[in-house]
Write a protein that binds this ligand. Structure first.
Ligand SMILES: O=C(O)CCC(=O)C(=O)O
Length: 330
């Protein structure tokens, strides 16, 4: 156990020295040693730098809390509207740049996909094409963090049979970062699409658009993306929970873009900072699209068997730099 790091973290968070000494004694450290470790923690090499970073970090947290709270003073900032598809300038002014999530109505009105896309259609037309899904999610509580090891290749007809046999499940999902649309075998589904909002460049088969197919009951646990996203429901409904990036200091972001907090059932004893966090919720219906601005935390549950298309190719620059926690911190 690296007691010195633990002591410094707790001292920076205002825990009294005597409390730390008592905890260490309880954990089996000799009293003299515990007293000396606490007394000398600030003598380690680099302490001045650690202290400077801690001051800066707390200042940034204060800024984020203040922006969160000033936004919270006007309730509509925490309501997700459903609006008709706006033009490029209105979208930029009122949503993209605020940034404010919104649901766009009738995005895929009149697209052949709205009537054609069913499980049978994909099974009959693309059944022999191999796709990548996540499998065995129910035996791995960290299936999204471990998504690389959960990946499996399967013929689309076998995957669709799995959904038909078991339409309510979180065990399998053709979800984030699948490369289905890059496969030329799927090129003809572009014929089933239609006009896009003018701020989306195109349905991109090079990696900027994704096809999602899954059973009812899939849960994409809370995380944030590193770019803005438009997620269009062709079939079925999804319920989205969204959290502002200004709540990030309270999100227990322990690894990459993830948090161990279960948004379906928040344990406030274990994660007390979550009490500050405002959660917006909305169900997105067929033909509607959820706009998730860059950095917004989101958790998504499929209410039905669902088929969706997601887009990251906006008319505005959409490549952002993030510095994520690279490893488990607690
Ligand atoms: O639809 C889903 O299950 C999750 C969508 C999502 O989280 C994303 O595209 O980042």
């Amino acid at each position: 156990m690296d007691w010195t790091s633990w002591i410094l973290e707790n001292r920076f968070n205002g825990v009294p020295k005597i409390k730390l000494i008592n905890i260490m004694i309880e954990k089996g450290v000799a009293e003299d040693e515990a007293i000396a470790l606490v007394a000398n923690a600030h003598t380690i090499a680099g302490y001045a730098y650690i202290k400077k970073i801690d001051v800066l970090y707390k200042k940034l947290i204060a800024f984020m809390h203040n922006i969160h709270d000033v936004r919270a003073s006007y309730e509509p900032n925490f309501v997700i509207e459903k609006i008709d598809v706006p033009d490029k300038e209105t979208f930029l002014k009122n949503y993209w740049s605020v940034p404010q999530p919104v649901v766009l109505k009738d995005v895929s009105k009149g697209w052949p996909a709205m009537t054609k896309w069913t499980l049978d259609y994909f099974e009959d037309n693309f059944g022999d094409v191999e796709v990548e899904i996540q499998l065995g999610r129910e035996r791995d509580p960290e299936y999204e963090i471990n998504s690389v090891t959960r990946k499996a290749k399967i013929k689309l007809k076998d995957y669709i049979q799995l959904i038909k046999a078991n339409p309510i499940s979180n065990d399998y999902y053709m979800c984030a970062n699948n490369h289905t649309l890059k496969n030329p075998a799927f090129a003809k589904i572009l014929d089933d699409t239609g006009q896009l909002p003018e701020f989306i460049t195109a349905l991109d088969t090079k990696g900027g658009s994704h096809l999602w197919i899954g059973p009812q009951g899939t849960i994409t646990p809370v995380h944030h993306d590193e770019n803005g996203l438009l997620h269009l429901q062709i079939k079925g409904r999804k319920t989205w929970k969204l959290i502002s990036p200004f709540s990030t200091p309270d999100m227990y972001n322990n690894i990459s873009v993830f948090t161990p907090v279960d948004l379906q059932n928040i344990d406030y004893d274990k994660y007390p900072l979550m009490k500050r966090v405002k959660i917006m919720e909305i169900t997105v219906e067929e033909g509607e699209a959820m706009f998730v601005p860059v950095g917004w935390w989101h958790n998504v549950v499929s209410e039905d068997v669902s088929i969706s298309l997601s887009f990251t190719t906006f008319e505005y620059p959409n490549a952002w730099t993030f510095k994520n926690p690279p490893e488990r911190l607690f």
